[in-house]
Write a protein that binds this ligand. Sequence first.
Ligand code: HEM
Length: 203
Amino acid sequence: MEHREYFNRRLHSLLGVVPIGIFVVQHLIINHFIVYGEESYNKAAGFMGNLPFVLALEIFVIYLPLIFHAVLGVYIAFTAKYNLGNYKFGRNWAFFFQRITGIIALIFIVWHVWQTRVQVALGNAEVNADMMYNILQQPFYFWFYIISILAIVYHLANGLWGFVVSWGIAQSPKSQRFFSYVSVLVFVVVSYIGIRTVIEFGL
Ligand code: HEM
């Protein structure tokens, strides 16, 4: 692998966890406040939306890293060769799903940002529980959000495994197995938080 490509792959991997992965978990936890009532939700969402330098934070912590990760991710997804012989069968499927879920994430995120953040910026909506009730009470969006959250959380959980392996944090088969369990646990817990929120708004 050429030097610059190696650097880009490393950066791609790192950005998936810090800051993007951290942002996603934080975002799902804040939204989960709806379970404690509308007032709690509006307070939590209002706190995030009124952080100082919120636009600069969004640009440097979310948009730029995400654009880099998404562009290189699409490139990887469409040019990668599947090393059928080199990996265990299950790992190959995990890899395949990593790419599919990345594409689902991209479609969802573009739509979701348009439907929420851009509408707020245009003055068509306010960041509060009503906006999400309006969206999630429509069956199409309800299912679109459920499927996309599952895909994105899978992508993060499985990506975490890829991250600890490719950065040399988990080298022995034993520690790689340990991190497989961690990744399943992350998938279950974070999916629960996300899905519970969608159900609260949508049903
Ligand atoms: C926006 C659309 C996205 C696309 C197209 C995408 C694509 C990809 C692809 C293709 C890989 C595998 C890289 C490889 O096989 O070497 C990957 C890895 C990863 N992605 Fe994404 N991704 C997206 C969004 C996200 C989001 C929202 C998160 C956080 C929840 C995320 C977190 C990760 C992590 C942690 C990895 C593993 C890094 C590693 O392999 O070391 N990605 N992404």
